[in-house]
Structures are given as structure tokens and as C-alpha cells.
Design a protein around this ligand. Structure first.
Ligand code: GTP
Length: 355
């Protein structure tokens, strides 16, 4: 089957982290988000993946190449102007022959694509949309189905506290070519807001596949941070890590024997963690990071090349690529340091000034 990943969004809600790279290339446990989607597609037997992009396209070309080192073949479908999620799929039509799986580039999930494709065929659907049930649907459009799972209605972010249903679009679709051909060419259109409702009113058979496994929509800084915590909880360790108690380190990481780990810490290659550092909770530390003597890091994501000075405390935060935090600082909870940010010694960036 064909597969397409939507990668051309601006990722504006994830600024400042997306100023220097597109959202699907942000690391999740030290691996780019898109690598999880490629793995998922490979597991399903996909050999050719269309990458639908425009914004920051050169970053993808540099990181992904032609796909050989990833074990798949990439085809780049480039948009001069962003065409929206629907327009991007239509633009890629010449590369899509037969049924196509479409993934949002910012969703991390263990979708069972085999079961979804079987349901799609069994129901003879024109399109099948993966749904997921969420605890708080306030930030999503809701999707209503019949008892047998056929999609009936889309409800855009209903107001108020009570939600009639809690199933939302999970960002994974299966389309027959007649559906892709139905999308207007060369126009900016949204698959979720414009095309799906139009398909329903035109009598297309749109079915749903309820996904009950892991799912995270990495749209905001909060969900980016939370996804790391969840990956630790689920012990979804990246391949190639070695384990010593709660410490999960890549070859080439240097962690001093006196470092105390209360919880779990993933430590990237080339990173150096000095004497008497405490790693508490669920920490993810990128490549070539330096954490100096006596620091205390808790529930934090530290991206590649960052520097944490001695005796500094960082809690429940995100530290950007090559950011530098001086000695004796306090950062967090709930802070984000942009790539390259510089904090002089004794700085305090805490969530409130109260005692
Ligand atoms: P925000 O700017 O923070 O809303 O993020 P976003 O631009 O990524 O938007 P959104 O989360 O709604 O996008 C869902 C998926 O569609 C992401 O994987 C985006 O990369 C992708 N996407 C959004 N707009 C476009 C587009 O115009 N073209 C392409 N090719 N992909 C898009």
C-alpha cells in the first residue's frame, strides 16, 4: 500500500523549539518524531513513503535523504505554498496509486495499520479515519459514528464543559483514489474541516477505526514534554540503549559513577554527566550535553549540545539545543529555554515569585 506523511505545517504552537527545525524532526527520546512513523509504516510492510512538505523542506532532505538508510524509499511532494492538510494530499496524487495510508507528521502512536486496512476493505469504505477516545476533548474536533462505526458527523470544538462524545480524529487515514481525486487541486483545504464533512454530505462511505493503544498528538510544548514522560512510564526505550538501573545510555555517554538516578534517565551519545549530579524522575538528555557537578535535574527534557552549570537545579522543563545554563541557577517548573539561550550564573526562572 502507498503511504504519505503530512509534514508541511508551521508548528507554530511549538515555538521556540520549531524555529530552527520542523516539528516532525524534533527528538522524542533522542530520535526524531518522524522515525517512529517510518517504523510504524515499515512494520505494516510499506516500502515507499511520500513526504508531503514545503515549510523547512531542506531540513527533511538533509535528515532523511532518499530513505535508503531508513530501509524505505522516500518521494518528496513539495508545495510552493502550504496547501493545508487536504491540498497536500491532493498535490501528491501523482505518487499515490491505489489505496493510501495518510499519517499526520505530529502524531506518535502504535496504530495497528493491518487491522485498520482489513476493516477498510471489509466495509468497502471510500475512506477510513482512525479515532481515539480522549479524556479532555476540548482542544479537538469530535467525530460521531453510528453503532457500526460509520462516521455520521463532525463537531468542531463544542463549547461548554460537557461533551456528548469523546472520540476525536487521531490523524491517521486510509483513502481510496476516488476520495483523493475529489479534493480540489491547487487550493489550500483542510482534510479535517472541509473535505471530510463534504465527503459525508456527498454520500461517500467514511468508516472509523477506534484505536485503543498509545496515542499522542504533539502539537504544543506541553504535549511535547508530556509525551516524554509517558514514554518513560511505558518503558518505550529507543533501540541501541544500554541499561544500568534507571540509567539508559547510548554508547559514548559518560556518566560519573557517583551520579544518583531516582527514576529513569535516557542519556544520549557524547553526553557527559559529572560528579554528584542527581537525576530525579523521568529525564531525557540528548547528545553532547554537559551536566556539571552537583546539579539536580528533575522530569526534564534537555536537547542536544546544552550545558548545565554546577549546582544548578532544573525541574519539569525543556532546555533547547545548545542552550547554556550557568552555575547555581534555578530553572522551572514549567519553563522552556529556546535553542542557544544563555542564562548567567545565579539566574532564577521559576514559575512564580511566591515563597
Ligand atoms: P501549528 O502551526 O502549531 O498549528 O502546527 P501545524 O502547522 O503542524 O498544524 P497541525 O498540527 O494542524 O498539522 C497537522 C499535520 O499536518 C502536521 O503533521 C503538519 O505538518 C501537517 N500540515 C499542516 N498543514 C500542512 C500543509 O499546508 N502542507 C503539508 N504538507 N502538511 C501540513
Amino acid at each position: 500500500m502507498n503511504a504519505l506523511i503530512l509534514l508541511g505545517g508551521l508548528g507554530s504552537r511549538l515555538r521556540p523549539l520549531t524555529l530552527s527545525r520542523p516539528k516532525p524532526l524534533l527528538p522524542i527520546l533522542n530520535r526524531p518524531l518522524i522515525s517512529y512513523q517510518i517504523d510504524l509504516l515499515k512494520k505494516f510492510g510499506v516500502k515507499k513513503v511520500v513526504l508531503a512538505l514545503g515549510h523547512k523542506a531542506s531540513h527533511f532532505r538533509r535528515h532523511l535523504g532518499n530513505g535508503k538508510s531508513w530501509g524505505v524509499h522516500f518521494i518528496y511532494s513539495f508545495e510552493k505554498e502550504p496547501l493545508g492538510t487536504g491540498g497536500a494530499i491532493r498535490h501528491a496524487l501523482p505518487h499515490l496509486k491505489g489505496s493510501a495510508i495518510v499519517l499526520n507528521g505530529d502524531v506518535l502512536s502504535d496504530f495497528n495499520l493491518g487491522r485498520m486496512a482489513a476493516l477498510h476493505r471489509r466495509k468497502n469504505a471510500d475512506a477510513t479515519l482512525a479515532l481515539v477516545e480522549v479524556v479532555d476533548p476540548s482542544a479537538f474536533g469530535l467525530v460521531e459514528t453510528t453503532k457500526t462505526g460509520r462516521i455520521q458527523r463532525f463537531l468542531e470544538k463544542p463549547s461548554g464543559d460537557s461533551f456528548p462524545i469523546r472520540t476525536v480524529n487521531a490523524g491517521c487515514y486510509l483513502f481510496e483514489p476516488r476520495v483523493v481525486e475529489r479534493i480540489p487541486a491547487g487550493k489550500n483545504v483542510s482534510i479535517e474541516r472541509e473535505i471530510f464533512p463534504a465527503l459525508l454530505s456527498e454520500g461517500f462511505r467514511v468508516e472509523s477505526f477506534l484505536h485503543r493503544g498509545y496515542w499522542s498528538d504533539i502539537g504544543t510544548l506541553k504535549t511535547y514534554w508530556r509525551t516524554h514522560q509517558e514514554m518513560h512510564e511505558q518503558k518505550q526505550w529507543p533501540s541501541g540503549v544500554r541499561r544500568r538501573g534507571g540509567l539508559l545510555f547510548f554508547p559514548g555517554a559518560h556518566v560519573d559513577g557517583s551520579v544518583r538516578v531516582f527514576g529513569t534517565a535516557v542519556v544520549g551519545a557524547g553526553t557527559r554527566i559529572d560528579r554528584s549530579v542527581t537525576l530525579e524522575g523521568k529525564n531525557t538528555i540528548g547528545e553532547n550535553v554537559r551536566i556539571s557537578e552537583g546539579s539536580h535535574i528533575q522530569d526534564t527534557v534537555i536537547l542536544d549540545g546544552a550545558r548545565i552549570g554546577p549546582r544548578t537545579r532544573v525541574e519539569r522543563s525543556i532546555v533547547g539545543v545548545e542552550a547554556s545554563v550557568g552555575a547555581d541557577c534555578r530553572v522551572g517548573p514549567d519553563q522552556v529555554l529556546a535553542d542557544g539561550a544563555q542564562l548567567p550564573a545565579f539566574s532564577q526562572i521559576v514559575s512564580s515569585l511566591s515563597e
